[in-house]
Write a protein that binds this ligand. Structure first.
Ligand SMILES: [Zn+2]
Ligand SMILES: [Zn+2]
Length: 318
């Protein structure tokens, strides 16, 4: 662990010397003060546990990616997960939601984490034997490795599946973009079921979105579609949509209706709203099913990372 601290210190020092223009830096003293243990808030019990970085990462990779994925995909996930927590601790951002913790186990607040007991329950005794060691190997074989862009740790966002459409510029999805979060093709996206359909009542949609859609399209109104795409993202997903007389960001529609992605279509079917989505997640950064596909086609974890995060390096902290 001491060598880890030293590594962060070196990284910070090289930043300070080599790149005077960087906006953030990573003061080593803050990490040292906490002995580089991760203070993890557990939602189920409300307690904060301390555990070594690499042990924390095994629980994250196990929670965030199916352990049956190829080893190189698991390794890419391990490096992304390590980058996330090291960046968070180096910035001393803490966990505003859970005082005294660096991070929690809820994916909505950061990244998911499961205990060994949960792994056993999830995989069964035989699965546990097989999968735990695969995940642990992915973490060990990438020990100390983090993703940097121009010497800075990146925000290593990832999502389950881009649905084969390719990933999205962060700036097209969120208020702020990043030069390393640019849309890229996802040539071997391995999501077995990218397109899903759900049915919602008109009342549900109207209530959630504050619109007044009617079961019968207005006569002579032209398009019978419930939804018109006003603007598209660079990758071709809806960015702004018109529903009735309202124009809404696609991401807001996704959130308010709890859809799998913002890559959606609406149609009226027998008085209900048929919502068809493609992919799962925000579509920015690494596509996990895409990482699986690349690994199955012989890509190594560093090639996978460099595919999804534009212009980055993999830096070893030791
Ligand atoms: Zn939380
Ligand atoms: Zn993909």
């Amino acid at each position: 662990m001491y060598r880890f601290l030293l590594g962060v210190a070196c990284l910070a020092a090289s930043l300070a010397v080599g790149l005077p223009a960087v906006r953030e830096h990573f003061p080593p003293v803050q990490i040292e003060a906490r002995e580089a243990k991760v203070r993890l808030y557990l939602h189920a019990t409300g307690e904060i546990i301390e555990l070594p970085m690499e042990e924390y990462l095994v629980g994250v990779v196990a929670a965030e990616m199916p352990a049956s994925f190829p080893q190189e995909a698991l390794k890419a996930q391990a490096v992304a997960a390590r980058t996330y927590i090291v960046r968070r601790m180096a910035k001393n951002a803490g966990d505003g939601l859970h005082p005294g913790a660096d991070v929690c186990d809820d994916p909505r607040h950061g990244q998911a984490w499961i205990s060994r007991e949960e792994m056993r329950a999830r995989w069964g005794p035989l699965g546990y034997y097989q999968y735990y060691y695969r995940v642990r190997r992915a973490v060990e074989e990438t020990r100390g490795m983090v993703i940097t862009y121009r010497g800075q740790l990146i925000d290593p966002v990832y999502h389950a599946s881009c649905g084969g459409r390719g990933t999205e510029d962060a700036a097209a999805v969120w208020a702020a973009g990043a030069p390393y979060l640019m849309g890229v093709p996802c040539p071997f996206c391995a999501d077995p079921e990218p397109v899903r359909t759900v049915y919602l009542s008109l009342e549900e949609v109207n209530r959630a979105l504050g619109v007044e859609l009617k079961a019968v399209p207005v006569a002579g109104g032209g398009s019978p579609d419930l939804l018109q795409v006003v603007e598209r993202t660079p990758a071709g997903r809806p960015r702004a949509v018109r529903l009735g007389d309202k124009v809404l960001p696609a991401t807001a529609v996704r959130e308010k209706l709890g859809l799998r992605s913002a890559d959606f279509r609406f149609a009226l079917k027998n008085g209900r709203v048929e919502v068809t989505t493609r992919g799962y997640g925000h579509a920015v950064g690494m596509c996990q099913y895409g990482a699986r596909g690349l690994a199955e086609h012989g890509y190594t974890f560093d090639q996978i990372i460099k595919h999804y995060y534009t212009g980055v390096e993999i830096t070893k902290m030791e």
